[in-house]
Design a protein around this ligand. Structure first.
Ligand code: RFL
Length: 407
């Protein structure tokens, strides 16, 4: 993918210091940081604006990430509308165990649907800060990333012609299925992968939450989770075989399983509603190291995927974007290269920490359903320890909230 520059006669006249590939949380945050510093950049996105503003995904955002957005003038709507979450609840052995993490970590989560955040970020970038963006582009290619004349080309949706944009840097923010990761020089990068061998049926229901907090059901028949999204819409998860067919999960089966796996003494009934999203996610992770080569810097899911087990992916995408945006500003406005030089290492410390936590949490969620009495026993011990050992509880809260003093 790292191709030589295309023929000069196809070069468009535009030149941008930075081309950002992908208008997700990572790309739009980088773009906003650059525009706030008065720097030009071009965001290229394969989907339409309507699609990115509606695509449902994450919802749980850690406080440090929200504060990072707030410092950059990007959290006004979020702070007005998002739900504040200070506790979660585990359900196992037919009982409820509330885990109040704010007291332990001194921090909390906000719940704000990813489409709302993307809508805010794109409005701020394109309409307020007047950043350049092209939606619906096709066949994005990167050129000459190691040479002196990097550029990005794409097929224009209106004309069908290939446009070429010269730049100094490329921010690869095009998610797990994008093209920029493949443009890293293969001899210089390593992609580490992990497959949990587990599937989750990810559901969105037109129903109010069944409890005021995130629920984790650790059941011998499989994990079940509830993540409130808004008063009208709730996300649920059900563990299932990887690659399972969502059509094998009709309405009645979904709600019967949720009632069983999340059932506990004294719990309010599960509020049923129409299922508006139903898809099977295979739980797997990857980490690309380093996250940069030549003039290309990856951020977010383009660089690392963390299965939604611990609700960490968007948080990591924002962390990368803060570091990359600030480093690009330092380089372009002040000639200071240090942020870009240390970017990958700085990101990867938090990435690996979150991956390790997800792996640990996966055993907590799925161990009792593994069909192995030994793993069921150690999982039960792990669960009990969270509610019997203050030290274990504090360690969990720190990892769940991402509040470690150093990564
Ligand atoms: P995104 O959001 O995937 O955005 C990438 C953008 O790039 C576009 N694109 C391209 N553009 C140009 N050229 C190309 N060749 C392109 N290829 C793709 C795409 O259309 C898209 O607009 O990546 P980014 O910005 O790195 O953000 C990552 C997050 O979206 C992701 O990590 C989270 O959604 C993960 N996640 C969660 N993370 C959390 O922190 N908290 C959560 O509660 C949480 N819940 C979830 C989740 C992910 C889920 N799914 C669907 C895997 C729940 C679910 C169900």
């Amino acid at each position: 993918m790292d191709e030589r520059s295309p023929r000069l006669d196809s070069l468009s006249s535009r030149r941008f210091p930075v081309v950002v590939v992908g208008a997700g949380p990572a790309g739009l945050t980088v773009g906003n940081i650059l525009r706030a510093a008065g720097l030009e950049c071009l965001v290229l996105e394969t989907e339409s604006r309507e699609v990115i503003e509606r695509r449902p995904r994450a919802g749980v955002i850690e406080e440090w990430a929200v504060r990072g957005l707030e410092r950059r003038g990007l959290a006004r709507n979020l702070l007005e509308r998002a739900g504040l979450h200070t506790a979660c609840e585990f359900r196992f052995g037919g009982e409820r165990y509330r885990f109040s993490y704010r007291e332990l970590a001194g921090s909390h989560h906000w719940v704000y649907p990813q489409p709302s955040l993307v809508t805010d970020l794109v409005r701020e970038y394109a309409d307020v800060r007047r950043g350049a963006v092209r939606f619906g582009v096709r066949d994005v290619r990167l050129h000459d990333l190691d040479g002196g004349r990097p550029s990005v080309s794409y097929v224009c949706p209106e004309t069908g012609r290939r446009e070429v944009v010269a730049c100094d840097f490329v921010a690869g923010c095009d998610g797990a299925r994008g093209v920029t990761r493949a443009a890293l020089a293969p001899e210089r990068v390593r992609v580490a992968r992990h497959d949990y061998g587990i599937g989750w049926l990810a559901l969105l229901a037109e129903a109010p939450p069944s409890a005021d907090c995130v629920l984790f059901g650790c059941h011998p028949d499989g994990f079940a989770g509830q993540m409130p999204r808004s008063p009208e819409v709730t996300r649920y998860y059900l563990q299932c075989p990887p690659g399972d067919d969502p059509d094998a999960w009709p309405h009645e089966r979904v709600w019967a399983e949720l009632r069983r796996r999340l059932g506990a003494a004294g719990a309010a009934p599960i509020a049923e509603g129409r299922l508006i999203e139903k898809r099977v996610l295979d739980m797997h992770d990857y980490v690309t190291e380093p996250m940069a080569s030549g003039r290309l810097f990856l951020a977010g899911d383009a660089a690392h995927l963390v299965a939604p087990i611990a609700a960490k992916g968007m948080n990591l995408a924002l962390h990368d974007a803060f570091l990359l945006g600030d480093a690009l500003v330092a380089r372009l406005a002040e000639g200071d290269d240090s942020g870009l030089a240390g970017y990958s290492q700085e990101c990867l410390r938090r990435v690996w920490d979150y991956q390790e936590f997800s792996q640990w949490l996966s055993e907590l969620y799925h161990g009792s359903a593994a069909g192995d009495p030994f793993r069921a026993g150690t999982t039960a011990a792990r669960l009990r320890r969270l509610f019997s050992s203050p030290a274990a509880a504090a360690a969990f809260a720190e990892q769940y909230l991402g509040t470690a003093a150093r990564y």
